[in-house]
Design a binder for this molecule. Structure first.
Ligand code: BG6
Length: 464
């Protein structure tokens, strides 16, 4: 029998996207980012050869878009600020007043419409000039970032409901230094460990400055976290899963939320001579300045088994020396994107945060269903009939509800994403929005899921 699921009052309902994926160039002047550079060098690496300049044109259309946020039931929304727009001299120098005005107008318009701005400072969009100095692998980038962060706290401190130092810091590390899907594609684990360490240091230093300003809001980080499941309960599989978890989950979660580093991870890095450089002062700053709020991006679980084949230890060092990803027979797939669907993962993740991270105030900051060639689901009047997305949202929220009822400190749910937007090398291949986009005309149309979302947020729940 169906039952009514009702979330706590004041639950944050909304969606998320980022500056580089939505704004377009605009007329404020903007420095070159790594995406723009990469596209100019290797357009073939981008789906349909569409680069970061072809977006939803939110810069010019933000007022209409905020109306659409309202029409789809948002009471909150996560945007990111563009470092390259606010500091057009490559991420340093003087702040650009025109860019400040743009973001102030945009967020004021949100607030006028009762939509709380959740401000993220970094979403994969490194200014190219800083990348030329080493990007996150360079201390100079940390200093430039802290200057950028402090300027934003001062300029927008009255507008931000909550703040985040970055989105999915693991992404650029994995993509750049381990797997070749993020510029400048430099496969070298140790350099990646350095970049990861400096990202963590930048987070802590920004929080340290934030606290001095006594703003009303909180500051934290958005992490992509996949609960890790071993293939079996035998000791080899469980050991392999623990190692994968140390590399991919605890690596950022522990220092950014608890201020400590995962012991297993540190011992492996020491044994294989992969430790980054750091000072005692860095460790002190990290331990004293941790997240006050945590965003959880959850898409799919990580399934792991023991590595039974020998690795060639003359090849570049990789976490996969210690485990293999397990392709579990019978797993349920989102066939339109190629990711596993496992809604219970959202519950397991929340319980982990409750039990091991002091039940820090958290929310789901991304969850969603990407669909390739979504026009195939076009119904009458040009609306996308995305029942699969509605079911996906409900199934995940039912488990989130269970977590809330079991005491998890979960304050909201943000879907990825609002309007179908550009996505890094996948460009417009996978559509995730509550609102569809006709790229040729920029016409926006609310999908069936957008209508569902509105009703759900009005009722603060749904029948399940
Ligand atoms: C999230 C990122 O992890 O995945 C987004 O934060 C990204 O920026 C989204 O767009 C979807 O990725 P993809 O590869 O399916 O388009």
């Amino acid at each position: 029998m169906e039952k009514k699921i009702v979330f706590p009052e004041d639950f944050w309902w909304g969606s998320a996207w980022s500056a580089e994926q939505s704004e377009g160039t605009g007329d404020t002047g903007k420095a070159e980012t790594i995406w723009k550079r990469w596209f100019s060098e290797e357009p073939n690496r981008f789906y349909d050869r569409i680069g970061p300049d072809v977006t939803t044109d939110h810069f010019n259309r933000y007022k209409d878009d905020i109306r659409l946020m309202k029409e789809t039931g948002h009471n909150s929304f996560r945007l990111s600020l563009s470092w390259a727009r606010l500091f057009p001299d490559g991420g340093r120098g003087e702040i650009n007043r025109k860019a400040v005005d743009f973001y102030r107008d945009l967020m004021s318009e949100m607030i006028k419409n009762d939509i709380k701005p959740f401000i993220n400072l970094y979403h994969f969009d490194m200014p190219m000039k800083l990348q030329e100095l080493g990007g996150w692998a360079s201390r100079e980038t940390v200093e430039a970032y802290v200057n950028y962060a402090v300027s934003c706290f001062k300029e927008f401190g009255d507008l931000g409901y909550h703040w985040f130092t970055s989105n999915e810091p693991l992404g650029p590390i994995l993509g750049t230094y381990l797997e070749d899907f993020h510029y400048p594609n430099f496969i070298d684990f140790k350099e990646g460990a350095q970049a990861a360490f400096y990202t963590i240091l930048a987070h802590a230093k920004a929080i340290k400055e934030f606290k001095k300003l006594n703003l009303k809001s909180k500051i934290g980080v958005i992490l992509n976290l996949s609960p890790t499941y071993p293939r079996s309960s035998n000791k080899w599989d469980t050991e392999a899963a623990e190692t994968a978890d140390a590399f991919y989950t605890r690596s950022f979660l522990d220092p950014m939320v608890k201020g400590t580093f995962n012991k297993k991870l540190v011992s492996i890095l020491k044994e294989y001579d992969q430790m980054p450089d750091y000072t005692e002062e860095d460790l002190k700053i990290i331990s004293e300045n941790t997240a006050q709020i945590l965003g959880l991006n959850y898409y799919e679980p990580r399934r792991v088994k023991a590595r039974l084949t020998a690795v060639n230890k003359n090849s570049p060092f990789l976490p996969e020396w210690f485990f293999e990803l397990h392709n579990m027979p019978g797993k349920r797939m989102n066939i339109y994107r190629g990711w596993e669907i496992y809604e219970k993962g959202i519950y397991d993740l929340c319980m982990d945060i409750k039990e091991n991270y002091g039940n820090i105030e958290s929310f789901i900051s991304e969850n969603g269903m990407g669909v390739a060639d979504e026009e195939r689901f076009l119904g009458e009047n040009g609306q996308i009939i995305d029942e699969y997305r509605i079911n996906y949202i409900k199934d995940h929220l039912a488990y989130l509800y269970k977590a809330v009822n079991e005491g998890c400190n979960i304050k909201g749910y943000h879907l990825w994403t609002f309007i179908d937007c550009w996505s890094w090398i996948n460009a417009y291949k996978n559509r995730y929005g509550l609102v569809s986009l006709d790229l040729a005309t920029q016409k926006r149309t609310i999908k069936k899921s957008g209508e569902f979302f509105k009703k759900m947020t009005e009722e603060n729940g749904f029948l399940y």
